[in-house]
Ligand binder design. Sequence first.
Ligand SMILES: [Zn+2]
Length: 59
Amino acid sequence: MKNKLGRSPAVLYCPICTRYVDGQVEQAGRKLQAAPGQKCPRCASTLDAAIVVQLRQAA
Ligand SMILES: [Zn+2]
């Protein structure tokens, strides 16, 4: 498992195009936030402001 940065795959909600997209989240203290530097695959906007909807938990 490569999880040094504490990033996890998750479903994000892009507020720009109002779609749910796949992305990564990172742990910031006790809360999760969208990992910086990602772009929305639909509208190419930054996902820094995206809302974390759901973690994708690996089986
Ligand atoms: Zn978008």
